[in-house]
Write a protein that binds this ligand. Structure first.
Ligand SMILES: Nc1ncnc2c1ncn2[C@@H]1O[C@H](COP(=O)(O)OP(=O)(O)OP(=O)(O)O)[C@@H](O)[C@H]1O
Length: 250
């Protein structure tokens, strides 16, 4: 479904992503992890069209999309959530999601956008009531709204960016289960960037690890968790990550 080869992004003289290649198969969840500054967001930004790669190829369903505009990428079926939800506060929950549907479905049909919004809100468990306000939503509700907006664009591939940050443990489990359910019920393919590794390792099929812009490991969560390079990049900097790796080893 997605075939990334030799992806490079330089900012001036600094190389943020250095020759990363990977594939994503239909229906799978790929976890993308790595310490702060390892290049995860930069890769997401290139996949979703907000940054153009310096070099390399991104093929989605056989077509090159590197450097294509964000709007065209959404229309081709790649949707994304953002780490920090920034909904339109003056619009209702429904209007926020319908607007995303209107933008993402590449049509000017209000009825299609409304239907997409209704379906997306039902999937994430937010009220379908057209007047419910964004202001009443807590951290978990805002994450659900973020997900509903992405789903309303009708993606085949969903890029989920830090869907668990700011949630308590119970909410994290619920959010992770929701991604898993969406993958199963809609047959959606997901790439999931997350700092909070424990829950991610439980849900994903495969995991890819970045460090300093390079891919240092890729494979089943249990195998990656055994990789000495992976443990080394987190040692001394992120004790929660080291614990999550130990748990994933089973
Ligand atoms: N627009 C930019 N200009 C210059 N440097 C940038 C730019 N965007 C990102 N970088 C640098 O590229 C590197 C990779 O950043 P990126 O945000 O992709 O990392 P990340 O793995 O997503 O980090 P985090 O986990 O903290 O979100 C960092 O050193 C960052 O400072």
């Amino acid at each position: 479904m997605l075939n990334v080869e030799g992806l490079v992004k330089r900012f001036g003289g600094f190389t943020a992503v250095n020759g990363v290649s990977f594939k994503v198969e239909p229906g799978e969840i790929l976890g993308l992890i790595g310490p702060n500054g390892s290049g995860k967001s930069t890769i997401f930004n290139m996949l979703s069209g907000t940054l153009s790669p310096t070099a390399g190829s991104i093929r989605f369903e056989g077509r090159e999309i590197a450097g294509v505009s964000p709007h065209s990428i959404i229309n081709r079926g790649i949707g994304r959530t953002f780490q920090i939800p920034r909904p339109f506060r003056r619009l209702s929950i429904f209007e926020n999601v319908a607007l995303a549907g209107f933008y993402g479905q590449g049509s000017h049909s209000q009825s299609k956008a409304f239907a997409a919004a209704e379906q997306a809100l039902a999937l994430v468990g937010l009220p379908g009531d057209r007047h419910a306000r964004v202001d009443g939503l807590g951290a978990a509700g805002l994450k659900k709204l973020e997900l509903a907006k992405a789903l309303a664009t009708g993606p085949k591939l969903l890029l989920a960016d830090e869907s668990l940050s700011g949630l308590d443990e119970h909410e994290m489990d619920q959010a992770a289960d929701m991604l898993d359910r969406i993958r199963k019920e809609l047959g959606m393919t997901i790439i999931w960037v997350e700092h909070i590794m424990g829950v991610l390792m439980r849900i994903v099929d495969r995991v890819m690890v970045l460090d300093h812009g390079e891919k240092i490991a890729e494979g089943l969560p249990s195998a990656v968790a055994h990789d000495p390079r992976v443990v080394e990049v987190y040692l001394g900097t992120d004790s929660a990550a080291v614990q999550a790796l130990a748990a994933a080893r089973g």
